[in-house]
Design a binder for this molecule. Structure first.
Ligand code: G
Ligand code: G
Ligand code: MN
Ligand code: NA
Length: 254
């Protein structure tokens, strides 16, 4: 209960922070996009991760103002980076299954994109595989609406859910993010190597962009490049960090 009160206060005061993690080209490490990841920075400076408060926010309805804050902040920040000359950067925003039940979710997202004077083609929404497996009509409607508005749609944590892969054919997905559990033990773990190879082939055959998550070593990069996976995220390139640190990374690269 105390946590609910504090979280409500943090949302009202807009004292949550949005961190960003780069998505890079594995060959050359150029940043091509960012993923927005919300953080709760307490007054004593401790940083709390979303796993600890998103579920609370969902159960209390605070997810509505919270996610609007994240979207507004991320869109305005992306606009700032575009105006600094990094004009092709994309922004990925996480959407949880429960948020999909919110009425007007797409409209809220589109309003924020328009308000920041961004083209929707720079916005990518990440849904976990669970959402696809559930196969609920309202979720399908959401996905088509996202695509009709010109935004991209990624499946996050791909490969961890048991499912029929046919949903890849039936949903308008533009990108797959290989769950980091399959990347962790590359290149030595032969099972993971086969699984990752299979996901790479799948994405290629379906003409879907592929992103490897959780990259921490250059050996992992070498393996992925040799198998023709060209895009990734992970601590090797950067942890999720505040916007100013991303600006530094962008400027240092040039
Ligand atoms: O940043 P970190 O790895 O701690 O994120 C943990 C989880 O929290 C991830 O699965 C991510 O998708 C989720 N998450 C991060 N930011 C947001 C957000 O703004 N909204 C929602 N719904 N989930 C988020
Ligand atoms: O579920 P989602 O992919 O949105 O979660 C992103 C989470 O993964 C963030 O909490 C982020 O901190 C974490 N993460 C990102 N890169 C790495 C990595 O290289 N290693 C590990 N262990 N975690 C990572
Ligand atoms: Mn994600
Ligand atoms: Na993930």
């Amino acid at each position: 209960l105390e946590m609910v009160k504090q979280l409500r206060h943090a949302v009202e005061q807009e004292s949550l922070e949005v961190y960003y993690q780069p998505k890079v080209e594995l060959l050359g490490h150029r940043i091509i996009g960012l993923e927005a990841l919300v953080r709760w920075v307490k007054e004593d400076g401790t940083v709390i991760g979303p796993d600890q408060f998103i579920p609370v926010a969902e159960d209390t309805g605070l997810i509505i103002p919270l996610s609007e804050y994240v979207m507004r902040t991320a869109c305005h920040q992306l606009k700032r980076w575009h105006e600094m000359g990094f004009s092709e950067l994309t922004m990925a925003i996480n959407i949880s299954g429960k948020q999909l039940h919110l009425p007007d979710l797409v409209e809220t997202i589109v309003d924020n994109v328009n308000e920041a004077r961004l083209s929707p083609r720079f916005i990518e929404l990440e849904l976990t595989e669970q959402v696809f497996i559930e196969n609920i009509q309202s979720h399908t409607n959401f996905m088509h609406s996202v695509r009709e508005h010109g935004m991209s749609l990624a499946i996050d944590d791909f490969g961890v859910g048991y499912s029929s892969l046919s949903y890849l054919k039936n949903f308008p997905v533009t990108s797959l993010k290989i769950d980091r559990s399959f990347v962790k033990d590359l290149p030595d773990n032969e099972d993971d190597a086969v699984i990752v190879q299979t996901i790479i082939n799948l994405a290629k055959n379906l003409n879907i962009q592929l992103v490897a998550e959780g990259i921490e070593t250059s050996e992992q990069v070498e393996f992925l490049l040799s198998r023709d996976c060209g895009i990734g995220q992970g601590y090797l390139f950067s942890r999720p960090v505040p916007a100013e640190e991303i600006t530094q990374l962008l400027q240092n690269y040039q």
